[in-house]
Design a binder for this molecule. Structure first.
Ligand code: 9WN
Length: 406
């Protein structure tokens, strides 16, 4: 039943070559959504999984960046804010896009698709594009510490995480002249605030006006983004191997980023974000700090400390994973990335636990299935009451359930 319903969500959200995250709230193609969605498609239609990824990379920029939104020209300008007129950017393919990026989880999605239905020709086609995506991050976003930065909260994928409260204080508010469309669909107390949006818009405008070259007042090394980058390198090593290419440079890069993360972002219990402008760690209780469990070469002692934190502070043994530790004062069970459980974040931590702690991974899988069985394929969930929040029929909630039960 749950599997049939999950496929129904994906079929209804399919737009011919890719899947919208949600018909009303997000009516275009989103970058990291497409990766998670491909992982789900692979379980019932690997052809759609390949199409999902190839259509996204069809809008890759000449510098290698994969934009976080590829706009559907048939959808009205006002349907989503900020739309194509705001971003004023075009890929070489002619598609209108945004100019920022999201965590690079796409190599992992391509590999998982290949594992379900081996297709070396697909891997050969997508490999150079995945490499270019990583090249962009190295060229444009690497700090002297060897870590990759994001320049907008939207790039983290966890837009209003409390981890961004402090760095966002340095960003001007008072930006006016825009109309939010998200509040047409979702109640205001489940979304970022207007003050958050003023800053998001101001930061995006400044980056746009520099030709998407010069970072503004927000420059952060995020543990989830760097984990995705590192996992991409170790996955590219496997893909290179299948393509008859040298995996070694990727293995070296994966080891280097893991080491830099442990050295600069680990606080002894959790990975933290670091503010590149001040050089200081941003101490928060975000579940993004657990995702380095996915890094294959994470030292065992560090992994053990993360697992202790997951159990003690994120209730991984008895609840679905919250996006923010419930014992922290900023925790809010209903507001977007400030506490609710998200299927993709849970899935990432589940991946990281599968080999290290199969017992805890199984508990998380059951919790993910329990949440959607009770509330449907909602965008996010109250981690304790399992009440659904945000939009309905959300694509990655459906897609990742298909992967978890496979
Ligand atoms: C801005 C599409 C995206 C996800 C993000 C999530 C949300 C957009 C928004 O929706 O962000 O990119 O309009 O709020 O935070 O992770 O990719 O599902």
């Amino acid at each position: 039943m749950i599997l049939r319903d999950a496929v129904r969500v994906l079929v209804n959200n399919w737009d011919g070559s890719y899947t919208v995250p949600s018909r009303r709230l997000y009516p275009h193609q989103w970058s990291w959504d497409s990766a998670f969605i491909a992982i789900g498609h692979a379980r019932w239609s690997p052809r759609r999984a390949r199409s999902e990824l190839l259509s996204l990379f069809g809008a890759q920029w000449r510098d290698g960046r994969v934009p976080h939104i590829v706009f559907n020209p048939r959808v009205a300008e006002g349907a989503y804010f900020p739309g194509p007129e705001f971003w004023a950017a075009r890929a070489p393919s002619g598609s209108a896009t945004s100019g920022i990026v999201q965590p690079p989880v796409h190599a992992l999605a391509a590999w998982k698709t290949h594992l379900v239905e081996p297709d070396p020709a697909f891997l050969r086609r997508i490999y150079p594009r995945l490499v270019a995506q990583q090249d962009f991050l190295r060229a444009a976003r690497r700090s002297p510490e060897g870590l990759i930065s994001i320049v907008h909260p939207w790039e983290s994928g966890m837009d209003n995480s409390p981890a961004w409260d402090l760095p966002l204080q340095a960003v001007e508010t008072g930006v006016a002249g825009f109309i939010r469309r998200d509040l047409d669909t979702v109640s205001a107390d489940e979304r970022p605030t207007d003050r958050d949006y003023e800053r998001y818009v101001g930061l995006a405008r400044a980056y746009r006006d520099s030709g998407y070259q010069v970072p503004g007042a927000f420059q952060i090394e995020d543990p989830l983004f760097n984990t995705a980058y590192g996992v991409a390198e170790s996955t590219l090593a496997k893909i290179a191997d299948v393509c008859g290419l040298d995996p070694e440079p990727h293995e070296r890069e994966a080891a280097a980023i893991t080491q830099a993360m442990v050295e600069h972002l680990f606080d002894g219990a959790l990975f933290q974000a670091r503010d590149v402008r001040t050089g200081g760690l941003i101490r928060s209780s975000s579940a993004a700090g657990l995702t380095p469990l996915m890094l294959p070469e994470l030292p065992a002692g560090v992994a053990d400390a993360l697992i202790t934190t997951a159990v003690d502070r994120f209730a991984v043994k008895d609840a679905v994973l919250p996006s923010y530790a419930p014992d922290a004062p900023e925790f809010d069970a209903a507001r977007y990335w400030r506490g609710p459980s998200w299927t993709n974040l849970t899935w990432l931590v589940w991946q990281g636990l599968k080999e290290r702690r199969p017992d805890l991974a199984a508990t998380l899988a059951d919790a993910m299935i329990g949440a959607v069985s009770q509330a449907g394929f909602r965008e996010y969930f109250d981690p304790f009451a399992l009440r659904g929040h945000g939009c309905r029929d959300f694509s990655w909630s459906a897609a990742l359930i298909l992967d978890v039960v496979a």
